[in-house]
Design a protein around this ligand. Sequence first.
Ligand code: SAM
Length: 329
Amino acid sequence: MPLTDSHGRAIRDLRISITDRCNYRCVYCRTGNEGAQFAELPIADYLRMARVFVSLGITKIRLTGGEPLLRRDIVQLVRELSALRTPNGAAPELAITTNGHLLDEMVEPLKQAGLTRVTVSMDAVDPERFARITRVKGSYPAVLAGLRAARTAGLGPVKVNCVLLRGFNEDQIEAFGRFACEEQVAVRFIEFMPLEEGRVWTPEVVIPLTEILERMARFAPFQEIEHEPSSTSRRYRFNNGGGEFGIIAPVTLPFCGACSRIRLTSDGKIRTCLFSLSEHDLHAAIRSGCPDEELVRIIVYAVAHKEARHHIGEPGFVQPGRTMVHIGG
Ligand code: SAM
């Protein structure tokens, strides 16, 4: 019996932030002035919390941050996570979301340690634009090398996540179509959510699904891939048999009713929604020497209190104090 919240949703997907440091300062995510704000825990503590989650039916773990590859001991963590077993005796799926800057040198050890999937974030496919967005010179070739190394290591299909903002990078949509075909990656456009440090979000900056489809049609014809009604993304395959793209639209097509996620922040707090206004301090139980039974109790309680949905764009919406880089995207 998986963890189930009070709205009947099975919770199977755990995202763990292992640092809120990042080597990029993407202009739509960070002001550029703030650094890390929260503690990092010993790897053994993330492992213990993950083990308890997996014993409760979590089947997929995604490591994120900040930038997770900044923690060199991530290889050891992946190795130990891959030895965990769900109540059905299966190994959990182990994925990582990374900006890809350090991926080239780290992907092989991560693969050997048991990593199964890689998602790389890219908000442009033009070297100069990319450097302006990330505020890091030479970032584009580094990320491209990382993405290709992941594909060579057999961690494909590599997913590429692109956050689109009006007046910022929507002119990259067709270029991303070409990139998907040439690099054989699955590009996923993600709507910008009000989770940034600079508080610049307005509904007008979100690029709606229909506009992405119209622009992509100028690059090449494509067809929608059938999806489960509960799926969080719409997927499309180019008719030429090349790459694919998808659209994740948490703002204009929210999928809260199908949400199977729970998050653990770098300092060991459970967040049941990106937009949660309160957290559950799981690591406090470890610090005070509690047995695993107490961790189970905290997790079950948190899941039971998972929010029904987010309220982006509604009157009275309150942006959470933690921004994306400090939650773990
Ligand atoms: N450093 C890693 C990376 O770049 O993938 C992991 C953390 S990063 C915060 C995770 C993802 O969140 C990135 O794809 C980033 O573009 C996305 N992101 C950041 N701010 C966002 C926002 N306000 N709305 C939607 N996605 C956002």
